[in-house]
Design a protein around this ligand. Sequence first.
Ligand code: SF4
Length: 708
Amino acid sequence: MTVATTCPYCGVGCGVLARANADGSVHVEGDPQHQANHGRLCVKGSALGETVDLHGRLLHPMLRSPDGTLQSAGWDEALDRVAAGFQRVIERHGPDAVAFYVSGQLLTEDYYVVNKLAKGYLGTANIDTNSRLCMSSAVAGHKRAFGEDVVPGCYEDLELAELIVLVGSNTAWCHPIVYQRIAKAKEGSRPPRLVVIDPRHTATCESADLHLPVKPGTDVWLFNGLMAFLFQHGAMDARFVEAHTAGFAQALAAAQADAGDPAEVARICGVQLADLLNFYRWFARCERTVTLFSQGVNQSSSGTDKVNSIINCHLLTGRIGKPGMGPFSLTGQPNAMGGREVGGLANMLAAHLELENPAHRQLVQSFWQSPRMAERQGLKAVDLFEAVAAGRIKALWIMATNPVVSLPDADRVKQALARCEWVVSSDIVAQTDTNAFAHVLLPALGWGEKNGTVTNSERRISRQRAFLPAPGEARADWRIVCDVAQRLGFAQGFQFEDVHEVFAEHARLTACCNHESHPDTRRLLNLEALAKLDRHAYDRLQPVQWPVAIDAKGEARLFADGRFSHADGRARFIATAARLPLNAADREYPLVLNTGRVRDQWHTMTRTGKAPRLSGHSPEPFVDMHPHDALRCGVREGELARVQSRWGAMVARVKHGGGVLAGNVFVPIHWNDQFASDARVGGVVNPVVDPVSGEPEFKHTPVRVEPF
Ligand code: SF4
């Protein structure tokens, strides 16, 4: 039987038709009915059927023996041990001595249940997610500007725009179907102009009318300069700014102070003045402008300010919430958005409510009827692992992620886990760099086996549907959490029989709390229609963009009426003072390391690494660098080299041709010790974070490269 499901990789959220064949193979094709992709799939999505075999899978609960070996155990014994470990630590050290580190790979229902357990029942907000690493600066920027973490537009805007600006995004490789939509629009009768702002000359630049190869970390200068230019050249929508915003004067003053002179901006950003002015003029003239931004903006010690400097330009011109225009955050993971909706970050509460707002806490606690509620923000990812290293967090449950590979200063993460009293890992894979430190391994269901929902970059909720049997003893993540919660004494609150019941509770909570917390607004975070879904209706749920109104229709665009989610209904300009990355290159570490994805791999390759055809494009870890820098460093293309920072080192093969500026190097994030020794770039990356969002600065670590 063919089922309609959703791709588990990037935030584009493509619809997939999948079928398990009698011979054991799996057939996948793009779902022509899904609005995100209209039947298209990229190379990763097309190879999904080759990644679902059981080789290397974790199929049974495993307990670590005193001699360090792992022994298989029954579910009851494993769950008892997990609960007892958490109980022991809470009794001795309090609830903030335990933590959860979860993942944008989880389904919304998984996210909901684990947040409920941590915040409402254990009473700790020490639950953060690997989404912190990819889009938390966008979350913080949205909340500052709009009063709420929402993407105002939709993919259809790409086909309606006159100008598309891509900032810090190799869209062609990292969000390929979005890029294909842009490329198709460029072949149409009214092609949009495309501007790419990126230090690297990536594949995305091939369709660009203009590429601005900005120096890493200078984006705020660029967009402050744009704001000053737009104001000076009469492109401001004064009526919109007057009626619907606040904070304009301060933001403009900051922009003019930093970036009032385009020649100076061009010098700081390292781009040609003529190119900069072309971009500014195009932006000024094109009413229908969409600015898409991704990790090159977010993964920065000034990531939140970068986001707000972009949004400021859209507020100044009133280009938001209308067809073909608006700022647009491209989320990295399949369900980073869904996790945000249920409060999947240490500083959030379910239903987009504020953890530190007593009224919001009261709303959620009374809905949950829970015994307690976390009262202050928990630790964000980097700080959370630092607390583990310092011994303040003594029990940690990691779900569907591999922090020993993916976090910055990853060797420190290794040390932290090695000294942690109680480490639990729920995973689909048996052997990972992180699982090596777990005391208990719990086998989870993977894509094709589990049921639930995900939300993509345009707020579209889609179903992931199972079409394969559960392998071995694997269970759904939400069910594992409920099983542990019940053993911790929380029978009430975790008696879900089926995943649709979890979704319905999440929808009811969202509908209820948003009516109460926004009584005087028309903000429609209304999921009442979805809250009434029974199992049959949930099984048949079609992709829909939230907010979902009573008539079960989603909203393509938000803020069209100029009414935002701050209490006074106005959007906020944010004064963004430009600043350079914290750690600068110097004589000892003269190059700047930038990390990112390659075209055909996903995260730590536990799935894409199984498909031989996906390994042909980039078969091994590499360090891409300018030939002049290679000469200076004494390394040659094709040879191995050591990439060394103050935090750690890794080894990769030298490569040229990736469009890297002199003075910079690029290393992909995917490889780890399961695939090649000393290949974890996370061990090299500095643990600097944005002060507002806590997102790490993956795009700027001073390094040196030397012969291996
Ligand atoms: Fe999957 Fe993203 Fe490719 Fe779509 S673009 S098929 S969601 S990896």
